[in-house]
Design a protein around this ligand. Structure first.
Ligand SMILES: O=C(O)CCC(=O)C(=O)O
Ligand SMILES: [Fe+2]
Length: 325
């Protein structure tokens, strides 16, 4: 009864670039990209043994989604990769652990850039990746690695910053259930859509649930804002790539500004406070010499110009594209 309502995800061959871009990328529709990674050297090289042998001593970040939700990357607990893989292979499960560990996103290329030679970062069916145009100070890591096993999974969530996410299988199989952002009111963060009762509740609220399975070489295209719940069907190795194309960049830009503006606003508040005090004193004293040396007035003028330009451009854009009578 229930399964009738779960809609299978469509598939497209990763070599059908135009078809993928027209039918899925442009309309932000999830799809399975068949053969996305089939020619990546990782397909031949990467395995549990490969990582144990070459990176076994590396401390990798661990997720505990059931008990800790998603933590900032730098706060995640770490464990040697060899130990983790033994647990994943069911050789080292300790029953005193409250929740089993999940290597749900290791930013491997920072420490081991040579691993990038094993995958194709250009993602042939995607246009230019605007993530690479960002200044290094706010760069978002464009890829991460996941090693999973049947007992761990990623509960329902959306990826941050409205990026395109491409999840490519290297070893094993993953199954995902996805819900459109248009049905956000029918779901909540952390749900298990593979639980019949939960899925029925979501369907009962009018949402559609899409489901698909990917095996070695295939990938999920997860569009911006789509809810996804991913489970591992046995031992898995996968790579996630984040991608922002031209059409998705304006929204991404807003998200990035969301990082910068609170900092700017805090600095400005402090500046205002200091200026008020300085103004009082300036009734009696000339402005500090350092203001002249530091070109205080010129910098202020430039800043005003910058703000005016930014406001004007944004207002024009909104007027021309969204607020037409
Ligand atoms: O494979 C998983 O556990 C999660 C993958 C995911 O959430 C993603 O690719 O955005
Ligand atoms: Fe995700």
């Amino acid at each position: 009864m229930l399964n009738k309502h779960i809609i299978p995800l469509e598939s497209v061959d990763a070599s059908e670039v135009m078809r993928f871009q027209k039918n899925y990328l442009l309309s932000e529709t999830p799809v399975i990209l068949k053969g996305m990674g089939k020619n990546w050297p990782a397909m031949k090289r990467w395995s549990a043994d490969f990582f144990k042998k070459n990176y076994g001593a590396v401390n990798v970040p661990i997720c505990y989604y059931k008990t800790k939700q998603q933590e900032p990357y730098k706060n995640q607990t770490r464990m040697p990769l060899r130990k983790y893989i033994c647990i994943a292979e069911n050789k080292g499960i300790t029953d005193y652990e409250a929740e089993l560990p999940y290597l749900g996103g290791w930013i491997y290329h920072k420490e081991f850039p040579e691993l990038l030679n094993d995958i194709d970062m250009t993602l042939p069916c995607f246009p230019d990746n605007w993530l690479y145009k960002l200044p290094p100070s706010i760069s978002i890591p464009p890829t991460n690695l996941l090693i999973g096993y049947e007992k761990v999974s990623s509960p329902l969530h959306t990826d941050s910053f409205f990026v395109n996410s491409v999840l490519t299988m290297i070893v094993g199989k993953k199954k995902a259930r996805m819900v459109s952002p248009l049905h956000t009111s029918a779901v909540s963060n952390g749900q298990n859509l593979f639980d019949n009762e939960t899925a029925n509740k979501v369907l009962g609220q009018g949402a559609e649930i899409f489901e698909g399975t990917i095996s070695a070489g295939d990938a999920f295209y997860i569009p911006p804002g789509w809810w996804h719940n991913v489970i591992n069907c046995g031992f898995t190795i996968a790579v996630q790539n984040l991608h922002v194309d031209t059409h998705r960049f304006p929204l991404f830009e807003q998200q990035m500004r969301g990082f910068v503006l609170p900092i700017l606003s805090k600095i400005e508040d402090l500046g205002k406070e200091a200026r008020a005090e300085l103004f009082e004193v300036a009734q009696k004293l000339p402005p500090p010499l350092s203001h002249e040396i530091g070109s205080f007035i010129e910098h202020e003028k430039k800043y005003i110009e910058f703000l005016k330009n930014a406001a004007e451009k944004t207002e024009d854009y909104l007027r021309n594209h969204y607020l037409k009578p």
